[in-house]
Design a binder for this molecule. Structure first.
Ligand SMILES: C[S@@+](CC[C@H](N)C(=O)[O-])C[C@H]1O[C@@H](n2cnc3c(N)ncnc32)[C@H](O)[C@@H]1O
Length: 201
């Protein structure tokens, strides 16, 4: 069993769970994109037993996610699937919520576009797309910690970087996703979620 460990997940899992508890009331099928180690998937599915949690990531992450899954013994935590945001054809998954934590600033803008388009295609009306991470706002400077993080991200990969909230929200609107909430979180992060609007009559 090869369980990777990300300290950040241990720090943010409790505050994220408290937000997800509200969002996932009355929702039952989560597709998580970029599940990483699998720590979040096992923690959230344990604490949200009414939800079937479908983790996903690039193929090389699946062993760790599966190791957490097997250790948890939870029946509502599904076997992880490969989902690469470079592909626009996603595996067929029944989901009324898409959760994507700390990925939007990692993948390129083209892949952020795929995240929103793919989620909008997958979700039924009333379904929700939830993202967590740092964001840049036009009405105030980026916090110093996030400015440093953004510089580090861009040095590592020129396609990464902290995204502008307005640009991301515009992307959501273009895909029929209406902003539901944008909540401050510890360590200068945000929980942001959009709800899929019904198509015009
Ligand atoms: C910073 S990690 C976040 C992982 C996890 N959500 C967490 O909060 O610890 C970014 C994740 O994005 C995934 N990722 C990178 N490129 C991706 C792609 N093209 N498609 C899907 N996931 C991708 C990585 O494998 C990694 O798990």
């Amino acid at each position: 069993m090869m369980q990777d460990f990300a300290p950040a997940c241990e720090r943010n899992k409790v505050p994220i769970l408290s937000v997800l508890r509200g969002i996932l009331q009355g929702r039952h099928n989560v597709l998580e994109i970029g599940s990483g180690t699998g720590q979040h998937a096992s923690y959230f599915s344990r604490h949200l037993p009414h939800v079937r949690w479908q983790p996903s990531d690039l193929p090389d992450q699946l062993a760790s996610i599966n190791a957490y899954r097997q250790k948890s013994g939870l029946s509502n935590l599904l076997e992880p699937i490969g989902l690469d945001l470079r592909c626009t054809d996603w595996p067929v998954v029944n989901a009324d919520a898409v959760v994507c934590i700390n990925c939007v600033h990692i993948v390129s803008w083209a892949l952020v576009t795929n995240l929103f388009a793919g989620s909008a295609k997958l979700l039924p009306a009333g379904g929700v797309l939830f993202v967590y991470g740092p964001y840049r706002y036009s009405h105030r400077p980026l916090e110093t910690s996030n400015e440093n993080f953004d510089r580090w991200l861009k040095q590592r990969d020129g396609h990464s970087g902290i995204r502008d909230f307005d640009a991301v929200n515009e992307l959501a609107l273009q895909n029929g996703l209406q902003l539901e909430n944008d909540r401050p979180m510890p360590a200068n992060n945000r929980s942001i979620w959009w709800c899929k609007t019904p198509p015009p009559a």
